[in-house]
Design a protein around this ligand. Structure first.
Ligand code: 9WN
Length: 420
């Protein structure tokens, strides 16, 4: 069974190769995606290290002049995906791209590759270091709203957790721009609409895109005056961890010039972490920056405090209590949304399904904090989910059935690099 699944995982990564970069899955997501590529590189490194580094180098090709690495790189205009380059209309990169970013896992995945193979890895990491440093600078500079203690996000797509109930607060205070015009969604032609975001959510996603386009993708304007502004435990914890990993890379590469700046980011992020603590729920939650209100559920970003190595003893204990409580409610763990919270839906994308890459990050953090049993269960769960249902984008935590995209690259990559 194992070697058969290994072979299947390799063939998925090969079939999704588009000449040096790997798409998440055919038709539904036919371009290079930012955090997908970072996870994909982990899997590629187990079969072809050169290809793993090329994947990351090609991701950097989309970097904008001010340092952002966009969420999607449009190397062509593919009719299978909406919204494509003609809707985003960006000009800041040498490639057409989106005007928003994605969770910055790249530095951490580079460090993981370097640790696996220092001899070759350091040389490759040296070539990527300045691009990643500039991207982190961009996040700290352009996504920290005036007067806010943490880095925030301007679009649910930027968080990578698109229709998480976390974003309901920010979206509910937005008006749909009547000039987004008629458009045709493609996602619901390739996937079951009951597992995808609602039409109202799409209208609001496009309203934010229109705002960015109308403001020439000026990122300070988008952050401070855009229609949506929320603090995300996902981006906060992932960036804090990535800053720590970038610091380690700086030391390994003798880039001591970058150390003081990175250390300041880490100190600021640690000091800002309490901003995301929802004392009513006893968990780290998303927060609407303008109203100060917290989202009302434990997501799969909430336990990333372990991955970031942050939170008081009490906060970590209460986070563990949530993880254990939720584990008792589902057949497989850890779901993207608390089954006891409003809006849980076991098959609707980020409202319930299990996401392989999130569980990899959660388990990495739990392991590092000594919670090895919980971490091992997450890994075993992913193995069983893949054995049961195949290489899906995400999985129903109650039944284990696969949801949305099939033959999915990050699932195949994480099988090879972690779960098998
Ligand atoms: C929008 C590619 C991406 C992932 C995201 C996931 C989904 C895109 C979409 O697919 O988002 O970026 O069109 O639904 O939510 O995490 O990177 O796999």
């Amino acid at each position: 069974m194992q070697s058969q699944l290994d072979a299947q995982a390799v063939s998925i990564l090969n079939n999704n190769d588009r000449g040096g970069f790997t798409i998440p899955t055919a038709r539904l997501y036919p371009y290079q995606w930012n955090w997908d590529s970072a996870f994909i590189a982990l899997g590629l490194a187990t079969i072809d290290r050169q290809r793993a580094w090329r994947e990351l180098t090609m991701l950097i090709d989309g970097q904008t002049a001010d340092g952002m690495i966009p969420s999607i790189l449009f190397r062509n205009d593919n009719p299978d995906y909406f919204p494509g380059p003609s809707v985003w209309q960006t000009t800041a990169s040498s490639l057409p791209t989106t005007g928003i970013s994605q969770p910055p896992v790249l530095a951490s995945m580079i460090l993981t590759l370097v640790r696996r193979d220092q001899a070759e890895g350091l040389g490759q990491a040296r070539l990527l270091f300045d691009a990643v440093l500039n991207w982190h600078r961009w996040y700290h500079r352009c996504r920290t709203p005036v007067g806010c203690p943490v880095v925030c996000t301007v679009h649910p797509w930027e968080t990578g957790r698109d229709n998480s109930p976390d974003w309901a607060l920010g979206l509910s205070s937005m008006q749909i721009d009547p000039d987004i015009g008629p458009y045709q969604r493609k996602d619901i032609e390739h996937a079951d609409p009951s597992q995808r975001p609602s039409q109202e959510e799409y209208d609001k996603y496009l309203t934010i895109v229109k705002f960015g386009r109308d403001h020439n993708w000026d990122q300070a304007t988008l952050t401070n005056q855009g229609p949506f502004l929320m603090a995300d435990p996902g981006i906060h914890f992932i960036l804090l961890r990535a800053d720590r990993d970038l610091l380690e890379l700086a030391t390994l590469l003798h880039r001591f010039d970058a150390v003081p700046e990175i250390e300041t980011w880490i100190e600021t992020a640690i000091a800002g972490t309490d901003y995301l603590w929802n004392d009513r729920l006893k968990a780290f939650c998303a927060r609407d920056v303008r109203s100060g209100q917290f989202a009302n559920g434990f997501s799969n970003a909430s336990p990333l405090c372990f991955y970031a190595g942050v939170g008081s003893e009490g906060q970590q204990r209460q986070t563990l209590d949530h993880l254990k409580r939720i584990r008792g409610l589902t057949k497989f763990g850890h779901p993207s949304w608390d089954p006891q919270a409003p809006r849980f839906d076991s098959q609707r994308y980020w409202c319930g399904p299990i996401w392989p890459q999130m569980n990899y990050l959660i388990a990495t953090g739990l392991n590092e904090q000594g919670e090895t049993e919980l971490a091992a269960r997450l890994r075993l769960d992913l193995r069983q989910l893949i054995e049961l249902s195949g290489f899906y984008e995400c999985f129903d935590p109650l039944t284990g059935s696969g949801c949305i995209g099939r033959d999915f690259s990050w699932t195949a990559a994480l099988w090879l690099a972690w779960a098998s």
